[in-house]
Each structure stands twice: as C-alpha cells, then as structure tokens.
Design a protein around this ligand. Structure first.
Ligand SMILES: NC(=O)c1ccc[n+]([C@@H]2O[C@H](COP(=O)([O-])OP(=O)(O)OC[C@H]3O[C@@H](n4cnc5c(N)ncnc54)[C@H](O)[C@@H]3O)[C@@H](O)[C@H]2O)c1
Length: 347
C-alpha cells in the first residue's frame, strides 16, 4: 500500500497501437510519473519517450535495472510475450496491468495467475470493455441472466491476425458474459470459418452455464459494417446495449406490470390483439451512463488498486477464465463436423 499522496512510478512495456495509449494516459494522470517506456523497436520507443518526456529502453531488463523502484507497469507487448514480462515483474512486486487476452494459452494464463498469487502482486487484465460506460451501467443493475446474446462484427483491420477472431475479439465478450453469469461454464458448442488464414475469422459460440444461463456469441472480422451489441434477458429485466454508441435501454417487468397484467387477461379471454401497438405499450428506460474514456477509467482503477493494495476485480484469475473459455471455443470449432464442407473446416 502506498501513502495516499505519494506519486506512483509507472512504465509501459510495448508501445505499439495499444501501449501508446497507456503511455499517453499515464502521462496525463495526476499523481503519476511515467518514468519510461520499453519497446524492441528503437524508432517507436524514442518517438514515444520524446512525446511523453520519459526515458526509453530496449528491454525489460534494462528498464528494471534503471528504475528499481517502479510501482506499476502496463504490459502491451503481443500476447505471446505477456508471460515472459510477467515473470520478470510479478516476483519483484511490480504491479502489472496486462493487456487482453492475458495470455495465448490456458497454461500461460494459469502461470501468470500463480505468479500473482504466490508473490501477492497485483495483476489486472486489460479487459477494457468492462469500463465501457454502457457495460458499467448493466453491471450496476446486478442482473441474474437467463440468456445473453452478443454480436461483435467489424470489417477486417489486418491487425492481430496472428490470433483467430476468438482470441482477438470474442475474448472481450467472453469476459463480460462470464462476469454477468457468475456461474461455472458447463458446455461450449462453437462453429467457425477461416477465410484469410488457417485461423477462424468468423465464429459463433453457444455457452451453457451450470445455473442454466445460456449465452450466444457471434464475432466476425470480415463484416461489411461495425456492430457491437449485447442483449441480456434476466428474470425481471431485459437490457439491450450498444457498445460502440455507448447507449442502452432497459425494460423491466416492474415498470410494465399494469400492461403485462392487462394483456395476459385479454389473451386468457381469447381476445384478438393483433391491432395492439406493442412498441407503444412497452415502457423503456434509457440507461444512465457517464461519458468517460474506458481505457482512462481502467488505468485509474488499476492505479487506485495499487495505491490501496487492493486486488482488482479483473484480476489474473478473471483473465485466466476468459482465456480458458476462449480455448474451449477454439477447441469446439476444431471438432465441429461440417457435412460436405471439408474444404471450409478449420483444423
Ligand atoms: N484492450 C483492447 O481493446 C486491445 C485492443 C488491441 C490490442 N490489445 C492487446 O494489446 C497487446 C498489444 O497489441 P497491439 O495491437 O498494440 O500490438 P502492436 O504490435 O501494435 O504493439 C506491440 C509492441 O510491442 C513491441 N514488442 C514486441 N515484443 C517486445 C518485447 N519482448 N519487449 C518489448 N517490446 C516488445 C513491438 O515492437 C510493438 O511496438 C496485445 O496483447 C493485444 O491483444 C488490446
């Protein structure tokens, strides 16, 4: 735990597309000193160090040698390098914010979770979507979901093509679905199609949880439009969210009790209701949400955990659960039987 007013010494390892935003935000935050960035690419690390007035290092070893009192580090190297960085930092007690996915395999993710637990070092996973104001509004509703539907489709960006769309995009939704369902994952059935490589570019997964909740997730990085939507059906409330627009709507049985009772009675009497305007009947409540950059909220939360010595809600165990689920989805895709479509089957 740090003294309330003490400044935090932080650094970023890997300042590519994501890492540069971590560096920008740390540079802007009050009470934080971005002391250095480390990146294997000399041009990139020098440019970032000049932009944010900090030092540049070629390796993590050099960073640790030059800055022995670091409090926290963001790891934003490619996913396959996350474990190697965590192995250097967590045993030294340096808190880590590791970009999503936590690791490229369940075994690596479990190794990171073990390091964090054994050394009692804070480790948060960069599931930024949890800090999307729309998702935060739903989390605060404390739902007991029965059925969750998520769509995340976008045109090909030609980034993160070293992993399939499940580890690239579906991992966001797997984390949210696991967080909302709060029940162990029982079964996974998935199907995927790879078009541009031997990895899946389009995938659909049906997840069933021990408590009976079912989630249906669809992702594509070959779509002609960008859409990121979540629908949650719980016992008393139906919620629909648009991640991209950061907007949402809730329909609760409590708010609509009078209409529901009236319609039930009429249906029971056998009345013809085909002229009834359903949309005019239903009372919808827009979700209240704050305008805040999700990554800024994520880093502020991480640093508040570092200051207070508090375990973050999205810790290495949560990151490991998401990676486990992603691995089960990929496994199910591999096992999927395509009658007469051998050419499209992913192996
Ligand atoms: N939270 C999100 O929404 C989100 C979005 C995109 C990417 N990501 C994640 O962020 C991570 C980085 O992705 P990216 O798109 O920024 O990749 P990137 O390729 O743009 O950047 C990675 C950087 O790491 C550097 N690097 C590679 N190996 C290194 C090493 N051993 N030591 C130091 N530097 C090293 C590279 O030179 C590069 O600058 C990945 O885990 C990815 O999944 C998260």
């Amino acid at each position: 735990m740090k003294q309330e007013n003490a400044r935090l010494q932080v650094a970023v390892v890997g300042v590519g597309r994501m890492g540069r935003h971590h560096a920008r935000i740390y540079h802007e935050l009050e009470g934080v000193d971005l002391v250095a960035v480390a990146d294997a690419d000399a041009e990139r690390r020098s440019a970032l160090a000049a932009e944010f007035s900090c030092r540049a290092h070629a390796t993590l070893e050099e960073l640790l040698r030059e800055h022995p009192s670091l409090d926290a580090v963001s790891i934003a190297t490619p996913t396959t390098h996350h474990l190697a960085a965590a192995e250097e930092l967590l045993p030294r007690g340096v808190a880590c914010l590791i970009e999503k996915p936590l690791a490229a395999s369940s075994a690596d993710a479990a190794a990171i979770a073990t390091l964090s637990a054994e050394h009692s070092t804070i480790c948060q996973v960069g599931h930024t979507e949890r800090f999307n104001p729309a998702v935060r509004a739903v989390t605060e509703m404390d739902l007991r979901p029965r059925f969750i539907e998520v769509d995340r489709v976008a045109p090909m960006s030609f980034r993160s093509v070293d992993v399939g769309v499940v580890f690239d995009l579906m991992i966001h939704d797997l984390d949210i679905v696991l967080m909302l369902s709060r029940s162990p994952l029982k079964e996974v059935h998935a199907v995927g199609v790879g078009v541009l490589s031997d990895k899946e570019d389009v995938a659909n997964a049906r997840l069933e949880f021990e408590d009976g909740c079912v989630a249906n997730l669809t992702v594509s990085r070959l779509a002609m439009k960008t859409e990121r939507k979540l629908r949650v059906f719980s016992e008393k409330v139906y919620v629909t969210l648009d991640f991209a627009r950061r907007s949402g709507m809730a329909i609760s049985t409590t708010e609509n009790r009078a209409s529901i009772d009236a319609v039930r009675e009429k249906l029971a009497r056998g009345e013809d209701l085909s002229d009834l305007d359903y949309l005019a009947l239903v009372k919808m409540q827009p979700l209240q949400m704050e305008e805040e950059e999700p990554l800024r909220a994520e880093l502020q939360y991480f640093l508040s955990c570092v200051r207070e010595g508090r375990n973050p809600a999205i810790d290495a165990e949560a990151g490991r659960s998401a990676v486990d689920a992603a691995e089960r989805v990929v496994q199910s895709i591999r096992e999927h039987h395509w009658e007469g479509f051998e050419g499209m089957r992913l192996v």
